[in-house]
Each structure stands twice: as structure tokens, then as C-alpha cells.
Design a protein around this ligand. Structure first.
Ligand code: CTP
Ligand code: MG
Length: 232
């Protein structure tokens, strides 16, 4: 099935606190957006739409210019706005759309392939996810602390892969919705009876960590160094 991948990279990376947007920050000598692009292509994406901040087209073009099948578009003020811009620019013949955060540069291509395979099979949407490892607490309005059972909780990563016809219908149905999670929109649309079908979670990978704070860069460098050492 043909897959259009949308990499959302239009955030400013405020919490990382560098002099440029997060997607252009280098890990192991290469910008995060390039790491992410290579892994999505290796995982089965037929084209890539990279959504970037306004006025940075040249910088993004420069770091991706040797890759085939890449389109650049300017993003919106929120992640959802950027997702919409990317989906609008993606190939209208693509059967699946895979939305990926540039902030997760080291997604193993195996995870990408598994999410794609699930949607090419039975599901209408799929994403990699990991079991939650931390013990979770919820303070109550009365000032008590409650332990949340983590046994059935999953932390979701990207790419979030959705059947293209389903996702276009969902975005039309929820024109103003802002969410950090694309599957969340599909879940609401299923509940509202707008679309039908099943969402599945496939095994995620700790290497697909999301880079948010400066400390995450150390982890990212370590992930890359371990991969490079294994490859020799
Ligand atoms: N994103 C986007 N457009 C926006 C906001 C976010 O494309 N208007 C993208 C980011 O580039 C990132 C992903 O959505 O790849 C997840 O967002 P986040 O980790 O919050 O990144 P930033 O918004 O860049 O970081 P911060 O919130 O610290 O400014
Ligand atoms: Mg943000």
C-alpha cells in the first residue's frame, strides 16, 4: 500500500532552549529531522512531507536535499495545524498517512513497518507504544493521593499511521480540534460514529524517545552511539 509520511517539524523547541528549532538541532552530527526522514523512508514511506517553521525553507531544504520524494511545507501555530498542512500537501493517491514527530529522530524502521502493516491489514489506525514503567499517582481535588494502576497503560510514540480516507474524513469532521496525538482524534471520531474500525498499538521502542528537554539530548547521543557501535 502506498504510504505518505508527514514529519511535523514546525515547533520552536522552546523547552530544548537552543538557538534553532528542535528539528534542526544536531545529534551525532546530523539534524534530527534528517535522522527521522531516513528512518521513515527505510520503514516503507513512499513520500515524505516535512512541515517546517515559516522562513526556514532553505535550511530544511539544505539538510534534506539528497533525499528523493521530499516535499516541504510551512506549518501552523499548533501541532494539529502543522499536521493539517502536511496532510493537505500529501499525495492524494496515498492509501496510508504516517504522522511522525521530528522530535523522535531514532524511531527504528521496524516499528514504522509494523505500524504500517497493521493498517494495511485489519486496523484503520495504529501506533507504536510501550508499557508505562513508572508508578503513577493522581492527586485528588480533596488533597489525597491515589495510585493509578499502570498494568493496562501504554505510552504512545509516533509514527501514528491512519488510513488516508479515514484521516481526511476525521480532520474535516473536527476542524478546530487541537491534540498532541493523532490517534486521539480518530478515537473521538469512532466514538461519534463518524468513522468505523479498529485502532491497534504495536510494540514501540525505547530508542524512539521524544526529545523535549536538554537532558534528552544526552540520551539521544547515547542511543545513536550504541547503534553505530553495533553496526561497526
Ligand atoms: N510541532 C509542529 N508545529 C507546531 C508545534 C509542534 O510541527 N506548531 C511539532 C514539533 O516540531 C515536534 C512535534 O510537533 O516535532 C512535537 O512537539 P514538541 O515536542 O512540543 O516540539 P516543540 O513544539 O518544537 O517544542 P516546545 O513545545 O518545547 O516548544
Ligand atoms: Mg510544543
Amino acid at each position: 500500500m502506498s504510504v505518505s509520511a508527514v514529519i511535523v517539524a514546525a515547533g520552536s523547541g522552546e523547552r530544548l532552549g537552543q538557538d534553532r528549532p528542535k528539528a534542526l538541532v544536531e545529534v551525532g552530527g546530523e539534524p534530527m529531522v534528517r535522522h527521522a526522514a531516513l528512518r521513515l523512508l527505510a520503514g516503507g514511506a513512499d513520500e515524505l512531507v516535512v512541515v517546517h517553521p515559516a522562513r526556514l525553507s532553505l535550511e530544511f531544504a539544505r539538510v534534506l536535499d539528497d533525499l528523493v520524494g521530499v516535499t516541504l511545507v510551512v506549518g501552523g501555530a499548533t501541532r494539529t495545524g502543522s499536521v493539517r498542512a502536511g496532510v493537505a500537501a500529501s499525495d492524494s493517491d496515498a492509501e496510508l498517512i504516517a504522522i511522525h514527530d521530528a522530535a523522535r529522530p531514532f524511531i527504528p524502521s521496524k516499528c514504522v513497518r509494523m505500524a504500517i502493516a497493521s493498517v494495511a491489514g485489519q486496523a484503520i489506525a495504529a501506533a507504536p507504544a510501550l508499557p508505562v514503567a513508572d508508578t503513577l499517582k493522581r492527586p485528588t481535588p480533596e488533597g489525597r493521593i491515589r495510585t493509578v494502576d499502570r498494568a493496562d497503560l501504554w505510552a504512545v510514540q509516533t509514527p501514528q499511521v491512519v488510513r488516508a480516507d479515514v484521516y481526511r474524513a476525521v480532520l474535516d469532521w473536527a476542524p478546530g480540534e487541537h491534540t498532541t496525538d493523532d490517534l486521539g482524534l480518530v478515537e473521538s471520531a469512532i466514538d461519534a460514529g463518524v468513522v468505523e474500525g479498529k485502532i491497534v498499538l504495536v510494540p514501540g521502542d525505547p530508542r524512539a524517545l521524544k526529545i523535549t528537554y536538554p537532558r534528552d539530548l544526552m540520551m539521544a547521543e547515547a542511543v545513536l552511539a550504541a547503534e553505530r557501535a553495533r553496526r561497526g
